[in-house]
Design a protein around this ligand. Structure first.
Ligand code: URA
Length: 245
């Protein structure tokens, strides 16, 4: 169950206690169920992934929302499991991985800001192009950049395989071989493929920021830390969820 897929409390209780849904109403009437510390009375009440639910003093659900920033190193897979290579999950302290997923992958050879969470609604919010959350990358190229790149990135490029045209992207030339690229979407190998149109190979790709959040410069490659309340607020996390951390 995620935040967006709320479920009715009576359905949840009937499943947890293995009783009929009709038998939940008397439990509510006798004030035996608490949701987030309040006596639940309404049979129509809904709960989400992070609702704290207690029956007769026994906790039925208590998931803590988790939000982690990592400095992803080169040579590690953005996946929760991999048969061949170390994954970003392997870099977390034991006991920290529980149910975390990646909010916007980086390629094996890319580095930089990576976000991990157990909050599916938040990761979808960050990755939905319509929400206009810019992901900014520093890109080092094999061949010199020209002004033509700026126009081509801004106009969008057609990707035949997905049958789409990329959203307008912003490219800033920093030096002859270095650009900063800002995207609102994350297609497979998107930046490499966009430079590929110019037969220009990406030598290094580093994610600098996601929306208002920049990679913490004190994190060495492979290190991670929990996001602060302020950082989460800037990235669209509602107070109702922040209060549960
Ligand atoms: N675009 C790419 O090609 N690779 C990444 O890791 C991120 C964006």
């Amino acid at each position: 169950m995620s935040l967006s897929t709320r479920t009715r409390l009576d359905r949840f209780i009937s499943r947890q206690l293995n009783i009929k849904r009709g038998d939940v109403r008397p439990l509510l009437a006798k004030s035996r169920i608490l949701v987030d510390g309040r006596v639940a009375k309404d049979i129509q009440q809904t709960i989400h992934q992070f609702s704290h639910v207690v029956f007769d003093g026994q906790t039925l659900q208590d998931n803590t929302p988790r939000y982690v920033m990592m400095h992803k190193p080169i040579g590690v897979v953005s996946a929760t499991q991999d048969d061949q290579h170390q994954t970003v999950i392997d870099l977390l302290d034991p006991g920290q991985h529980d149910k975390l997923h990646i909010a916007g992958r980086l390629d094996f050879n890319s580095s930089g800001l990576l976000l991990l969470t157990n909050d599916g609604r938040w990761s979808r919010h960050l990755c939905t192009p319509g929400n206009n959350i810019h992901k900014r990358y520093r890109v080092e190229l094999e061949k010199p950049l020209t002004e033509d790149y700026i126009r081509a990135f801004a106009e969008g490029m057609s990707f035949d395989y997905e049958n789409i045209t990329t959203q307008p992207a912003h490219l800033k030339i920093i030096s002859k071989y270095i650009a900063e690229v800002s995207l609102v979407e994350g297609r497979y190998h998107q930046i490499k493929r966009m430079f590929g149109r110019f037969q220009n190979r990406v030598l290094q790709l580093h994610r600098l920021s996601i929306g208002a959040l920049s990679l913490d410069q004190s994190l060495l490659p492979g290190q991670s830390r929990a996001l602060t309340r302020l950082e989460l607020k800037h990235l669209g996390c509602p107070d109702s969820v922040l209060d549960k951390r």
